[in-house]
Design a protein around this ligand. Structure first.
Ligand code: SF4
Ligand code: SF4
Length: 298
């Protein structure tokens, strides 16, 4: 593609991504080694790097800039705001994200992305391999990057989604499966989800290369089986979560309840709607009476 001349455009972001892009220009990050220069005017550019979610004022400017840049007119959206508007999503002056206004070819999720992620993205787009030492790529100890699910341990409880203030985790129930899905473009890599997970099934790794040409694929997901209600048959709950809860009750919390395992399991296998049926209430009361009796004898 020859020399890359990049024009930067920021609209409605915190500037964090912009700072990281500037960081890429220092010798340590090698952007200049890829024959990339940052230009002052869009007419001098053939690549547009965008940060921010675009507000009303920025919209006209962005459209003018896009028209002014030269072929092949590659547009790279850097950072979460440029993917989804992120924390600015509900702001009244917002009109983005940018790909609703102009074609975007590549996305680099992150809040903000590391300079290495931006450099690697540019190198990948150019088809250039960057030879660097491990030190260059390795994120520091404790770095919070891409999520990794342990599919054996994840029970689909959704606690990670509930704690996520960025609304970055979806819990999607299908006919017989539940999908837990982390959406980059919203995630701020705070790791609250990791800390909240009761089974340590979710981990933020040191992986940070998230370049994609389709922002719908900037995700990591896990799938668990759902079971049907023992009364009405309607699908309602992850099997693994029921098994985990039962184990906690009869093995960790109150081992004396072990004799009632099958009764407790039967009660757990009833959906919230069927639990309101008179027969279910009577059975639950009888079970509670038996458990109380056992507790008194301890
Ligand atoms: S990752 Fe942890 S918190 Fe999230 S659904 Fe799985 S088990 Fe629950
Ligand atoms: S790290 Fe987890 S809790 Fe934090 S924003 Fe991302 S998905 Fe949400």
């Amino acid at each position: 593609m020859g020399k890359i001349s990049v024009y930067r455009f920021l609209s409605a972001g915190c500037n964090g991504c912009d700072v990281e892009i500037l960081e890429c220009l220092v010798p340590r990050y090698k952007l200049a080694d890829l024959d990339v220069e940052v230009v002052e005017r869009p007419e001098e550019a053939n690549v547009l790097i965008l940060t921010g979610g675009v507000n009303i004022k920025g919209k006209e400017e962005l459209l003018k800039i896009y028209e002014a840049i030269n072929p092949p007119r590659i547009v790279i959206a850097v950072g979460n705001c440029a993917l989804t508007k992120e924390i600015f999503d509900k702001g009244y002056p917002m009109v983005g994200p940018p790909d609703q206004l102009i074609p975007v070819n590549y996305y680099v999720p992150g809040c903000p992305p590391r300079p290495q992620a931006i450099v690697k993205a540019v190198a990948d787009i150019l088809g250039v391999k960057i030879e660097e030492t491990e030190d260059y790529w390795l994120a520091p100890e404790g770095f919070r990057g891409k999520h990794e699910f342990d599919s054996e341990k994840c029970m689909g409880c959704g606690a990670c989604a509930q704690i996520c203030t960025a609304d970055a985790i979806d819990v999607i129930d299908g006919p017989d499966k539940r999908i837990i899905r982390v959406n980059y473009g919203h995630c701020s890599f705070c790791a609250f989800c990791q800390d909240e997970c009761p089974t340590q099934a979710l981990r933020l790794t040191r992986e940070y290369h998230l370049l994609t040409s389709d922002r719908q694929t900037a995700r990591v997901a896990n799938e668990v089986n759902l079971v049907g209600c023992s009364v009405c048959g309607g699908v309602f709950f992850p099997q693994k979560q029921i098994d985990w809860a039962l184990k906690r009750i009869v093995e960790e919390k109150v081992p004396a309840y072990k004799d009632f395992s099958s009764d407790i399991l039967s009660a757990m296998m009833i959906c919230t709607k069927c639990r309101r049926e008179i027969g279910s209430i009577k059975r639950a009361k009888k079970l509670l009476a038996n458990l109380s009796e056992r507790a008194r004898k301890l």
